[in-house]
Design a protein around this ligand. Structure first.
Ligand code: COA
Length: 174
């Protein structure tokens, strides 16, 4: 397999990112969200996976707070890998590198809404204490997960306080 390089995204990756998302998510338009996060929000960790000169994967982490808690948290989303490059470890490598980069920044908890069979492989566990910004439909409850990055005890209640681009109910229901 061709070597994959994981690096921070740059402004001139936008065209590649704009091509990647419709490819990875043919039924969902996440580009407005991704554009808004990348251009308007501070506190975003954005990494791309590059094979040769081609961007084949992208991950975003949005730093955020939790009500009734002073710990720093992050939301992992979205994560996209080009179909031709799926199941070759690219997504896992993007998650691993992102978590490594978040650790020294003092972020204690990372949350994700996604397939537990997938994110469980990277250490995420079902989250029942801290809630997402909107109530999840019953069939998505298992998909709300978290991972502890340091040895502090995880908050057992509260709600994730995310910046405005995430405050769209449509992003939180099937
Ligand atoms: C989901 C996604 C990010 C995974 O990335 P990837 O690079 O294909 O994943 P990896 O190669 O790191 O890991 C794949 C492994 O996880 C397993 N897995 C479990 N659930 C999976 C899932 N929902 N999708 C892909 N792989 C999954 C696979 O079986 C595979 O294991 P194997 O190699 O032993 O068979 C990628 O398939 C993708 O972009 N899909 C479309 C967009 C999407 O759904 N993004 C997730 C947003 S929450």
């Amino acid at each position: 397999m061709q070597t994959i390089k994981i690096r921070s995204s740059q402004a001139d990756d936008m065209l590649s990112i704009e091509r990647l998302y419709p490819d990875a998510f043919p039924d969902e338009d996440l580009l407005p969200l991704v554009r808004q996060l990348l251009t308007e929000e501070p506190g975003i960790l954005s990494l791309v996976a590059q094979a040769g000169v081609t961007v084949v994967g992208h991950i975003l982490f949005t730093t955020c707070g939790i009500t009734a808690s002073d710990i720093k948290a992050a939301l992992l989303a979205p994560l996209a890998v080009a179909p031709k490059w799926q199941r070759q470890g690219v997504g896992t490598a993007l998650i691993r590198e992102g978590l490594e980069q978040l650790k020294p920044t003092g972020i204690a908890q990372v949350y994700v809404l996604g397939d537990p069979a997938y994110y469980g492989r990277s250490g995420f566990k079902p989250e029942t204490g801290v809630a997402p910004p909107y109530p999840l439909p019953a069939q998505w409850r298992e998909a709300w997960q978290s991972l502890n990055l340091d040895s502090t005890s995880a908050p057992d209640h509260g709600t994730l306080m995310l910046p405005e681009p995430w405050l769209q109910p449509a992003l939180w229901r099937p």
